[in-house]
Design a protein around this ligand. Structure first.
Ligand SMILES: Cc1cc2nc3c(=O)[nH]c(=O)nc-3n(C[C@H](O)[C@H](O)[C@H](O)COP(=O)(O)O)c2cc1C
Length: 169
């Protein structure tokens, strides 16, 4: 499979954006940015998701495979994927609303979004992986994130499965 379709991506994003129950529910602290590599119907580029309008705003145009891998600490899977993600957490707003717990809540939310991305990808027969390693400042620069908007807390990639004999029992 050389690409996924825009309707498949939309379905994945819709699952990822659904509200979830928690004792801090309501406020969204995570913004999702996409590195679209191989989506049939969407030009390669960086996009910001506006979940309430189900819209993608283009932040950068052109191939993002090399920068996406580079930003994820040089891990090829972020460039070989169909689509990779940066999750940007508004830590300041979270801490204003919840005190020190805000930091934890931002990461809970990122984890919940990541788990939904895993489930949605698997439902389409795709593979997915969380990526905990990235170059924070370079990500902010590449996405034009100001310190007011927040900071990167999690990366993610959705692609085709690659069997790895080192990991199979
Ligand atoms: C928070 C988090 C961060 C991860 N970071 C990376 C990473 O930077 N690079 C990577 O190749 N895999 C990363 N993974 C994927 C794991 O290495 C592993 O492949 C994944 O959890 C699936 O494990 P399992 O299928 O063996 O249970 C991460 C997973 C999670 C949940």
């Amino acid at each position: 499979m050389h690409s996924i379709t825009l309707p498949q991506l939309s379905a994945i994003l819709s699952v990822a954006s659904r509200p979830f129950s928690s004792d801090f529910a309501g406020a969204r602290f995570i913004q999702l940015y996409l590195y679209a590599h191989r989506i049939d119907g969407l030009q390669p580029g960086v996009y910001r998701l506006w979940p309430d309008r189900a819209e993608l705003e283009q932040i950068r145009s052109g191939e993002q495979r090399v920068p996406a891998a580079g930003l994820s600490l040089g891990q090829d899977l972020a460039g070989n994927a169909y689509v990779a993600f940066s999750m940007i957490g508004d830590l300041e707003r979270a801490v204003r609303a919840h005190g020190d717990r805000g930091y934890r809540y931002v990461h809970f939310e990122a984890g919940a979004i990541g788990h939904r991305l895993y489930l949605a990808a698997e439902a389409f027969g795709l593979a997915a992986t969380g990526i905990g390693a990235f170059y924070d400042e370079e990500v902010h620069r590449h996405l034009n994130i100001t310190s007011k908007q927040g900071q990167v807390v999690y990366h993610f990639a959705i692609g085709y499965p690659v069997p790895d004999s080192r990991l199979s029992a």
